[in-house]
Structures are given as structure tokens and as C-alpha cells.
Design a protein around this ligand. Structure first.
Ligand SMILES: [Ca+2]
Ligand SMILES: [Ca+2]
Length: 131
């Protein structure tokens, strides 16, 4: 399997889900579809994934990265943009996630190497996958 992902890390450019989707598309890519453990582990091993990151006087090493899945069709059932189901196996999710905090978390991120649902209109880093 050919794997070709890139992480969008830019302290001046954090993105909503829609912005990230458009950014990836503009680069001939899509928000990453991490529907196999091979792909997930590949992304987690990317050199940029744990890169130290300077934002507003603070070093961040633990970021949230948007990937290509939402639960907009059915609450708490995340689906990749390809139509494949996001695994609900607890090993892939941060503890207590997905929690749909404030009733408004329908987009999927990687955080601390696990999934967490976030608000689609908030700004995050993101991961694109060349297709
Ligand atoms: Ca939700
Ligand atoms: Ca959450």
C-alpha cells in the first residue's frame, strides 16, 4: 500500500473542518482517512506529529489534528468521508470520548495518538492524505 500523508503545521494557519477540507483538496489531497491501523500508525510515526510547536509564548507538543470523519449523520457514530465506519473500539479513543461536549462535537481529531471529537467550527491543525 502506498501511503502519502502530510501534516499541516503552521502557527499562523489553524483551520476549521471545512477550511482544512478545502486546503487538502487544493493540494490534491483529502483530510486523512485513518481507517486501518497501518495508516494510523504511519501517521503517528510521522516526524512532524510530535514536533515541538510554539504558539503565543507557549510550547505545545500535544496538538489536535483534524482528520476526515464526522458524526453529523448519526450522533456518536463517526464515519470517514469515504463512507467507512470509524472504529468504536475503546483502544482507539481517548478516555470518555466521544463525549460530544456542549452538544456540539461532530468532527474527529487525533490527540495524544487517539481519537477525540471536537467542534467543527473551532480551529485546529490537520492531516492531509494524497489520493
Ligand atoms: Ca457529535
Ligand atoms: Ca470530545
Amino acid at each position: 500500500m502506498d501511503l502519502d500523508f502530510f501534516i499541516k503545521l503552521n502557527d499562523a494557519y489553524w483551520s476549521t473542518y471545512d477550511e482544512a477540507t478545502a486546503y487538502c483538496l487544493n493540494d490534491g489531497a483529502r483530510l486523512a482517512i485513518l481507517d486501518t491501523t497501518t495508516k494510523l500508525n504511519y501517521v503517528l510515526a510521522l516526524p512532524d506529529y510530535d514536533r515541538e510547536f510554539f504558539i503565543e509564548w507557549t510550547f505545545f507538543t500535544v496538538l489536535y489534528y483534524l482528520v476526515g470523519a464526522t458524526d453529523e449523520a448519526q450522533e456518536d457514530y463517526f464515519v470517514w468521508t469515504t463512507g467507512n465506519i470509524v472504529s468504536r473500539d475503546a483502544q482507539f479513543w481517548l478516555e470518555f470520548q466521544p463525549n460530544n461536549a456542549d452538544g456540539d462535537q461532530d468532527c474527529l481529531t487525533l490527540h495524544l495518538s487517539k481519537y477525540d471529537d471536537v467542534t467543527c467550527t473551532s480551529d485546529f491543525q490537520f492531516i492531509c492524505e494524497l489520493v
